[in-house]
Design a binder for this molecule. Structure first.
Ligand code: ACO
Length: 435
């Protein structure tokens, strides 16, 4: 190892030094391997929120926050959004390369024929309250699938892992749509094999046994695009959760359920729902955008501009750029009198004001993936509380691809962060009558 491939860390108290190797990625920032630090110097490192820490190495997704770059397996998101389909992106993320025609047909066929749920699963739904948030139902039902796929499943067998991936990708839309149908007291609609992945989801969401239903091709296309854009995003909170939960060798359905729980939070996937509530509030306040911008800047107010800011993107979120354009085109197709135009116009106004405001500019706060996606979903007739569910449906392939990668990694071991303990020092137990 040459001197250029290490950094030297000196403990000023003792003068002791340690050479730490620099790991060179295919793209992105070089990374210092600190794993020898506890043994060599007796130190841990401290990095709340993983701001500077790579928790693993990965070959799946690359993003450059300064340049606004996002690539799945090396393919720019803009090209995938324009030319690919969600099902092809699923193959790409899980297997590592774009499929040829036969591979794609076979994969599509496998996913299509794994969409059914065990009939017993249907009965789970009636155990939930009717007003349960569909994300709560998703956490429960996906976790419960571990009761169906456990014995006989070997996570160290690549074939078993692949079947698990197929099951999860295929069944998630059925679980998601049924979460919605249950809260509405509507009959569960079974999947239809003649439909594409996205058309089938709309069919399970909106069709009635009493009437013919043909999913609108415009909505099918928009949904497929949203699924592509949400399919993976390297080591975000929910993906890291799946990896950590799965690192103990836990059942993958249970690990995915933990990922869904993590995604639900408003600082992560739950933001798309919060954005619409915020935009609606602004519209209802006679479009007092300035008031909401002022609130977002006021440190004594917990309010934040939802759909703004990102831990990694500090220039622009490439997904937001694509979604904004798609949203504009979709609303134009629906005609200028559509009821979502006001939300879109307010979002554009908010973006304009925020992007010229010193507070947002100096903190590199830009619209993220969630800022415009909700308007598209609303226009498709998707209710607010299903937004994050659709995100989970898309991200399933990312979660399971990372879980698969983690298990086949030679460095794979249980995830076990350390801590900086700031609690009480050792003290004697005091009997209750003496306290
Ligand atoms: N509105 C107002 N101020 C903000 C916002 C916002 N949306 N986001 C960040 N800031 C400010 C913070 O107050 C902080 O200011 P300070 O330096 O004066 O204290 C600074 O910008 C940095 O913010 P952090 O919270 O430290 O940034 P972090 O990287 O931890 O958080 C996050 C990123 C969670 C996305 C944050 O920007 C946020 O809460 N945004 C709104 C919620 C949202 O849209 N989430 C979706 C993210 S995308 C996704 O998960 C799919």
């Amino acid at each position: 190892m040459s001197k250029n491939d290490t950094v030297t860390l000196t403990d000023n108290a003792t003068g002791k030094q340690v050479e730490l190797p620099i790991l060179r990625p295919t793209c992105g920032s070089p990374t210092i391997d600190i794993s020898s630090l506890p043994k060599e110097l007796g130190y841990f490192t401290y990095d709340p929120g993983f701001v500077a820490t790579a928790s693993c190495h990965s070959n799946i997704t690359y993003l450059d926050g300064a340049k606004g770059v996002l690539e799945y397996r090396g393919y720019p998101i803009e090209q995938l959004a324009e030319k690919s389909s969600f099902i092809e992106v699923c193959y790409l993320l899980f297997h590592g390369d774009l499929p040829d025609k036969d591979q794609l047909d076979e994969f599509d066929d496998i996913i299509t024929t794994h969409t059914m749920l065990h009939e017993a699963v249907k009965r789970f739904y009636s155990g939930f309250r009717r007003d349960a948030h569909p994300m709560a139902t998703m956490v429960g039902v996906v976790g419960a699938l571990s009761a169906f796929y456990h014995h006989g499943e070997d996570i160290h067998d690549p074939k078993h892992r692949m079947i698990t991936a197929h099951r999860l990708i295929a069944k998630m839309p059925t679980i998601a749509a049924w979460s919605y149908r249950y809260t509405n007291g509507q009959p569960m609609v079974y999947p239809k094999n003649s439909l594409s992945f996205s058309a089938n989801f709309l069919h399970m969401m909106f069709s009635m046994p009493t009437e013919e239903y043909t999913p609108d091709p415009l909505f099918v296309k928009a949904l497929d695009l949203l699924l592509i854009l949400h399919a993976d995003h390297e080591q975000n909170a929910s993906t890291s959760t799946v990896r950590l939960a799965g690192s103990s060798g836990a059942n993958p359905f249970a690990a995915l359920s933990a990922g869904i729980a993590s995604l639900w939070g408003p600082a992560h996937g739950g933001a798309n729902e919060a954005v619409i509530r915020m935009l609606q509030d602004i519209v209802d306040s006679d479009n007092d955008v300035a008031h909401y911008v002022a609130r977002a800047k006021d440190k004594s107010d917990r309010f934040r501009l939802m759909g703004f800011g990102h831990r990694v993107y500090k220039n622009f979120d490439p997904r937001a750029v694509i979604i904004r354009k798609t949203c504009m085109n979709l609303l134009a197709e629906l005609g200028t009198n559509n009821k979502y135009q006001a939300l879109f116009d307010t979002a554009v106004e908010l973006e304009k004001i925020a992007l010229s405001d010193e507070y947002f500019v100096s903190r590199n706060l830009y619209p993220n993936v969630d800022f415009y996606s909700g308007i598209i979903l609303l226009a498709m007739g998707i209710p607010l509380n299903m937004f994050t569910v659709i995100f989970a449906m898309a991200r399933t392939v990312g979660w399971i691809s990372h879980w698969n990668e983690m298990i086949e990694d030679d460095d794979f071991r249980i995830g076990r962060p350390r801590q900086l303990y700031l609690g009480a020092e050792t003290r004697e137990y005091v009997d209750i009558d003496k306290r």
